[in-house]
Design a protein around this ligand. Structure first.
Ligand SMILES: Cc1cc2nc3c(=O)[nH]c(=O)nc-3n(C[C@H](O)[C@H](O)[C@H](O)COP(=O)(O)OP(=O)(O)OC[C@H]3O[C@@H](n4cnc5c(N)ncnc54)[C@H](O)[C@@H]3O)c2cc1C
Length: 392
C-alpha cells in the first residue's frame, strides 16, 4: 500500500479523533496533525476552577498512533496543488491527498467599542487570565462581576463564580459578590429552549444572580458595561460569553458556509465543492440525519471528527465512504450549587436535574471528553470506532 498523506488541521476534539479514526482505517498512511499548541484543550470545562489544568498534551496521544504532530498554524490551502500552507518556515507547506479541516471556533466578540478589553473564557489562556483576575478580586467588597451573554457558557460561568471566588479565599463574612448576567435576549438560555428554562431560572434565583435581559450592550471595557437606554453598569470585571463562530481557517476554501462561518458538508462530511477536503466539529455544518444541523458542541465534534477521519482515510484508499448520522442529542448544563440539568432530544425534554445530573456532568467533564490512553494505541483505535447506533 502506498503511503498517502492525510493532513488534519486542528488538534481539538474533532481533529484528534479524526486522526485516530484515519489511523484505524489506513494503518500505513502518513498522517499529520497541525496544531499551534501541543494541547488538546478541554474547552467545555473553561468555566471551571483551575483552568491551567484543563488540557491534555497531544504528543503522547498521537505518538502511539504514529501521527505526526506539526506545531504550526495553517494559513492557506491550495486545493489544485493539494497543499496546506503553514506559518512555520520549517514545515512551510504540507502536501495532502485528503485533508480534514477541524479548526474549531472562536468567540464572537460584539462589534462595540471596548469589546477587545473584556475578559473571556474562549481559550485556555483567556480562562487563565480571568482566573488570575478572580484571585485578585476575591477579597474586594463590594464586588461586582458582569457576565455578558446568558447562553450555555454564560450561565455555567455565572453560576460557578461564587464557588470559584470562595476557592480563591473570599472571606465568608463579606457580602456575596454581585453577579449580573446580561443578554439582549428576553430570556435566560434562549438557545436552550423552553424545556430546561424553569430549572435554569430557579438555579439563577437561588444563586442570587441578577438578570439584565432584553438589553443591548453598546460599549464596554474591563470595568464597565454601557447599555442602550440605561445607566452604565460599573463592575470589577466584565466577562464576555457571546457565542461562537467558525475559526478563520474555515473561511479559506472556496465553499458554501452558514451564518456562523461553518463549512457546509455533504452526508460524508466532504466539502463537496472541493475534492479531497473534509470538515468536522465546530468548523462544519452537517445534517445529523434527522433534519437537524450539528451544533457547535462537543458531542458533535467527537462524532463528526471520527467520521471525517474515517472517510478521509477511506477516500485515500479508494474505499466506500460511511454516512454521518447522529440522531441522539443530549445537553447537560452545569448550574453551580444547584447541580445541573440534563435534557434529551432536540426538544430538550428535562430528564434529570440537581445532584444526579451534576454527577453526569462531572462524568462528561472528567472522563467522557478525555481520550483514554491507558490501553495505548489499541485502546485509542477502539475508541475511534463509530458508535454502531449512530453509524450510517
Ligand atoms: C467556555 C466553553 C464552554 C463550552 N461548553 C460546552 C458544553 O458544555 N458542551 C458542549 O458540547 N460544548 C461546549 N462548548 C463547545 C465545545 O467546546 C466545542 O464545540 C468543541 O470544543 C469543538 O471541538 P472542535 O475540535 O471542533 O474545535 P476546538 O475545540 O475549538 O479545537 C479546534 C482546534 O483547532 C486549532 N486551530 C484553529 N485554527 C487553526 C489553524 N489555522 N491551524 C491549526 N490549528 C488551528 C485550535 O487551536 C484548536 O486547538 C463550550 C465551549 C466553550 C468555549
Amino acid at each position: 500500500m502506498s503511503s498517502v498523506p492525510i493532513v488534519i488541521v486542528g488538534g481539538g476534539f474533532a481533529g484528534f479523533w479524526a486522526a485516530a479514526a484515519a489511523r484505524r482505517v489506513a494503518p500505513k498512511a502518513a498522517i499529520s496533525l497541525l496544531s499551534p499548541l501541543d494541547a488538546l484543550v478541554m474547552r467545555p470545562r473553561l468555566y471551571e476552577a483551575d483552568p491551567h489544568t484543563l488540557a491534555a498534551p497531544l504528543r503522547p496521544l498521537l505518538q502511539p498512533l504514529g501521527v505526526d504532530l506539526v506545531l504550526a498554524s495553517a494559513n492557506g490551502i491550495d486545493p489544485a496543488a493539494r497543499l496546506v500552507h503553514t506559518d512555520d518556515p520549517t514545515s512551510a507547506s504540507l502536501p495532502y491527498d485528503q485533508v480534514v479541516i477541524a479548526t474549531g471556533s472562536v468567540m464572537r466578540r460584539p462589534a462595540v467599542p471596548g469589546a477587545a478589553d473584556a475578559y473571556s473564557i474562549d481559550t485556555q489562556a483567556e480562562a487563565i487570565e480571568l482566573d488570575r483576575a478572580l484571585a485578585g478580586l476575591a477579597g474586594r467588597d463590594p464586588l461586582t462581576i458582569a457576565v455578558v451573554g446568558a447562553g450555555f457558557t454564560g450561565l455555567e460561568l455565572a453560576l460557578e463564580l461564587p464557588a470559584r471566588l470562595a476557592a480563591h479565599g473570599r472571606p465568608s463574612q463579606l457580602a456575596p459578590a454581585r453577579i449580573v448576567l446580561i443578554d439582549r435576549a428576553p430570556v435566560l438560555g434562549a438557545e436552550l429552549g423552553e424545556g430546561p428554562r424553569p430549572v435554569i431560572e430557579d438555579a439563577v434565583d437561588r444563586a442570587g444572580v441578577e438578570r439584565r435581559l432584553g438589553v443591548t450592550v453598546t460599549a464596554l471595557g474591563r470595568d464597565v458595561v454601557h447599555l442602550e437606554g440605561g445607566r452604565p453598569l460599573s463592575a470589577d470585571a466584565v466577562v464576555l460569553c457571546t457565542g461562537l463562530a467558525a475559526a478563520p481557517f474555515a473561511g479559506l476554501p472556496d465553499a458554501r458556509r452558514d451564518e456562523a462561518g461553518r463549512l457546509e458538508v455533504d452526508p460524508y462530511l466532504r466539502v463537496s465543492t472541493q475534492p479531497g477536503i473534509f470538515a468536522a466539529g465546530d468548523a462544519a455544518a452537517a445534517d445529523t440525519g434527522g433534519g437537524h444541523r450539528t451544533l457547535q458542541s462537543c458531542q458533535h465534534a467527537l462524532q463528526t471528527g471520527r467520521v471525517a477521519g474515517e472517510n478521509a482515510a477511506r477516500a485515500a484508499l479508494g474505499l466506500a465512504l460511511v454516512t454521518y448520522r447522529q440522531p441522539n442529542y443530549v445537553t447537560c448544563l452545569d448550574l453551580g450549587a444547584a447541580g445541573a440539568v440534563l435534557t434529551r432530544g432536540w426538544d430538550r425534554e428535562v430528564v434529570d436535574a440537581g445532584g444526579s445530573a451534576k454527577q453526569r456532568k462531572r462524568t462528561i467533564n472528567t472522563s467522557v471528553i478525555y481520550p483514554d490512553a491507558s490501553h495505548g494505541a489499541e485502546g485509542l483505535l477502539r475508541q475511534s470506532r463509530l458508535d454502531p447506533a449512530e453509524r450510517g
